[in-house]
Design a binder for this molecule. Structure first.
Ligand SMILES: Nc1ncnc2c1ncn2[C@@H]1O[C@H](COP(=O)(O)OP(=O)(O)OP(=O)(O)O)[C@@H](O)[C@H]1O
Ligand SMILES: [Mg+2]
Length: 350
């Protein structure tokens, strides 16, 4: 992948900010720090930073509580301000592509070209077949600037801005234990979004962010039981339940699993009907909502596709003096995006 020191992976999610720090030892990453700080539900709403003061303080707290010295970070964005698309074009040189990419991308954008920043990566270039496959990512400038300014105000230097779906893929592909030729769907189930990414032979085929996640389930519990959001969140994530509450929480979570499962199926069907290629052979879950009891079993049964939950740290060494092992063991899948970001380096070779 790259050269140079690892960046700090900082995943700014709508329910919490997650931090992962890796350090290199004998050419291999070692997990040095793992941290999370929760955000009030009104801090980030639908990907928009509402309370930047609160968010800046949360990030500062995370950095100082873990005695992080490195100031260089990788962050990521997701949701409606981000458009990811795989394009097949006629062959052209790198220079020609750089000159025409804006025009090629424009027709896929729900925004004006002047409102976005565009980045791209050449997947395959074949002059003989007159083919060029490119993966493009466009991010709304306004969103990007909000995130950059918050992170800068927290005293950090942004070196990489990634997309959640790609960071999850990076984390997935890092492990030597994956079947790299296979087609898989990765699903990062967070608080306000589920990021989906269909990966085939180590390349992104298709991504989609769906506005469905833990916040929806907590709000439903809040409504049905008549408690505060914070209380409902506790009841959902392992708090003590009386028998009546237990029935309600279980029902809400069953419905949640059904909705998530049906969204994953929709994307698989879309992929199968749009792309010629291999069938999706596996579903890999990550994100905090993947900690929901029995979710992998539910999805596997209802879609009849092998489903597992990722442990992003399975192939790295852990510094047990600096890492909160309990936090890691209980919530590892929640750190998948942060881990994918933490694998990025200051100087990268493509
Ligand atoms: N044990 C659990 N059971 C069910 N849900 C859980 C559990 N633990 C955490 N969650 C849920 O996971 C969500 C947080 O996941 P995550 O940290 O991946 O989201 P995020 O990155 O903050 O949000 P997003 O990326 O959607 O903006 C919360 O909604 C939380 O309620
Ligand atoms: Mg997230």
């Amino acid at each position: 992948m790259g050269k140079g020191a690892y960046l700090i992976g900082l995943d700014i999610g709508s329910s919490s900010v997650k931090l992962v720090e890796l350090k290199e030892k004998k050419g291999h990453p070692v997990l040095h720090h793992l941290g999370v700080v929760h955000l009030a539900p009104e801090t980030i709403v639908e990907g928009t930073i509402i309370d930047s003061y609160d968010l800046i303080n949360a990030i500062k707290h995370l950095i100082s509580a873990h005695h992080i010295k490195n100031r260089k970070v990788a962050i990521s964005v997701s949701g409606t301000p981000v458009i990811v698309k795989r394009l097949t074009l006629g062959y052209m040189t790198d220079k020609e592509l750089a000159e025409t990419i804006d025009w090629e991308v424009e027709r896929y954008l729900p925004f004006d070209l002047s409102e976005v920043n565009i980045d791209y990566h050449i997947i395959r270039s074949d002059e003989e077949k007159n083919q060029l496959e490119v993966l493009i990512a466009a991010v709304k400038k306004e969103t990007l600037e909000e995130y950059l300014s918050v992170v800068a105000e927290a005293g950090l230097k942004v070196r990489v801005v990634d997309v959640d779906a790609f960071a999850m893929e990076n984390a997935y592909l890092f492990s030597g234990q994956r079947e790299k030729n296979q087609t898989v769907i990765l699903a990062n189930i967070g608080a306000s979004l589920m990021n989906l990414n269909i990966v085939s032979e180590g390349e992104t085929m298709f991504t989609r962010d769906i506005a469905l996640g833990g916040i929806n389930f907590t709000k439903e519990i809040q409504k049905q039981i008549g408690v505060t959001y914070e209380e409902a969140e506790k009841l959902k994530t392992g708090g003590e339940l009386d028998p009546a509450q237990e029935i309600i929480v279980n029902n809400v979570l069953e419905t949640a699993k059904e909705s998530l499962s049906s969204e994953i199926l929709k994307s698989i069907n879309f992929y199968n009907s749009t792309f010629e290629g291999n069938e999706v052979k596996e579903i890999v879950l990550s994100g905090g909502s993947a900690l929901m009891n029995g979710i992998a079993e539910y999805i596997q049964q209802s879609l009849n596709i092998p489903t597992s939950i990722i442990n992003p740290f399975e192939d790295v060494d852990i510094n047990s003096k600096t890492v909160d092992i309990d936090l890691m063991e209980k919530t590892a899948p929640m750190f998948t995006v942060a881990f994918g970001l933490a694998l990025r380096r200051e100087k990268e070779e493509k």
